[in-house]
Design a protein around this ligand. Structure first.
Ligand code: FAD
Length: 318
């Protein structure tokens, strides 16, 4: 893989990857191959997604357990609160802590697509409510957690959240999440570096001081980019769609996509991003190619202990 010019920052860059729980045995085999490849790059953490309303709770917990017991990786457990009561969520949080998870990405989750409200009697409405709950559970279990607090991440939106009235409102929500105890934020996918830069500028001006890590996906196929646009409500850049649409084969499409991702990530890093979070779709090759082109790959530290006494995802981020 040919490396292009490195990023201009000299500060340590936090690396992390997003994985999702496998749906069947063959997906599990692919995922574990990916995990071993990613482990060799010594990331700061890997995040594990969680279906809204806990739809994949068992497979998510199983994957988190295996990451903790069979790898040197530190997992960040996504957790959504939509459709769950505080009692149900407190039980899930306790279970995660019992298993050794020390990092949680606190999310609301997407509302059901059929338009029905997710509101069940006593369910939490916003990610901020979930942060408050995690901090309360943490306090109740302070004897267990004497080695260090739980690191809480939250979502941030370079392009407006689809339900939000304005980008200013999004920043107010991010500030509220920080005040409730969020330690860092990871962004939704974005297609224009200016959207990330604007978010940082507006957030800092409003008093948000936590690290805001750009979430980037390797744009390797037109179909995936289009699907992601629909899923997230973020419009893909027309130029990228055009270039991917003109690609003659999968190989060319992948080259175009990786280069576009590298450009986007480099622009975010040049603007001061403290790390890169890669949406891997459980595939390592394109993610590692992006990091290689950014000259951000780093060797594994064999046998390195998991530093649970540290608030994990912020270790290299501040
Ligand atoms: P919130 O911060 O609660 O915001 C939701 C909406 O409510 C926004 O429009 C916000 O402006 C508004 N709002 C928030 N607080 C208030 C308030 N106090 N008063 C008025 N309005 C308010 N989804 C999954 O189902 N599983 C996953 O694993 C998952 N992982 C993700 C990882 C990342 C990095 C990101 C960026 C998103 C992820 N999502 C995941 C998607 C996420 O659940 C959706 O974007 C969801 O619609 C909003 O989640 P949130 O945590 O940002 O919610």
């Amino acid at each position: 893989i040919q490396a292009v010019s490195p990023v201009s920052t000299t500060a340590p860059i936090a690396l992390s990857y997003e994985l999702f729980p496998p749906r069947n045995a063959s997906a599990s085999a692919t995922l574990w191959n990916t995990i071993r490849e990613l482990e060799s790059t010594n990331p700061d953490y890997v995040s594990v997604t969680y279906g809204a309303n806990g739809s994949n709770r068992d497979t998510a917990v199983e994957l988190l357990n295996r990451l903790l017991s069979e790898t040197s990786l530190r997992p960040l457990a996504h957790l959504t609160c939509v459709g769950n009561t505080a009692d149900e969520l407190a039980a899930i949080i306790s279970e995660l802590l019992d298993h050794g998870v020390r990092g949680i990405l606190a999310l609301r989750g997407d509302l059901p697509k059929d338009g029905s409200s997710a509101s069940k009697e006593g369910s939490l409405s916003y990610a901020q409510d979930l942060i408050d709950l995690i901090r309360r559970v943490e306090q109740r279990r302070s004897a267990l957690l004497c080695a260090g607090k739980v690191a809480i991440g939250v979502a941030a939106y370079p392009a407006k959240h689809p339900e939000s009235p304005s980008i200013e409102h999004d920043v107010e929500v991010l500030l509220a999440k920080q005040r409730s105890g969020a330690d860092f934020a990871i962004t939704q996918v974005f297609f224009h570096a200016d959207h990330y830069k604007d978010l940082i500028r507006r957030a800092r001006r409003a008093g948000v001081s936590i690290p805001i890590i750009p979430g980037v996906m390797p744009f390797t196929s037109l179909r995936r980019v289009q699907r992601l646009g629909v899923m997230t409500g973020v419009d893909p850049a027309p130029k990228l769609l055009e270039a991917l649409g003109r690609a003659e084969d999968a190989r060319e499409s992948r080259r175009i996509g990786v280069d576009a991702t590298v450009d986007l990530a480099r622009a975010a890093l040049d603007a001061g991003a403290p790390g890169i979070h890669l949406y891997t779709f459980n595939e390592h090759a394109a993610a590692l190619e992006v990091l290689d082109k950014l000259q951000l790959l780093r060797p594994a530290r064999p046998g390195a202990p998991k530093e649970f006494s540290q608030p994990l995802p912020v270790r290299n981020i501040q």
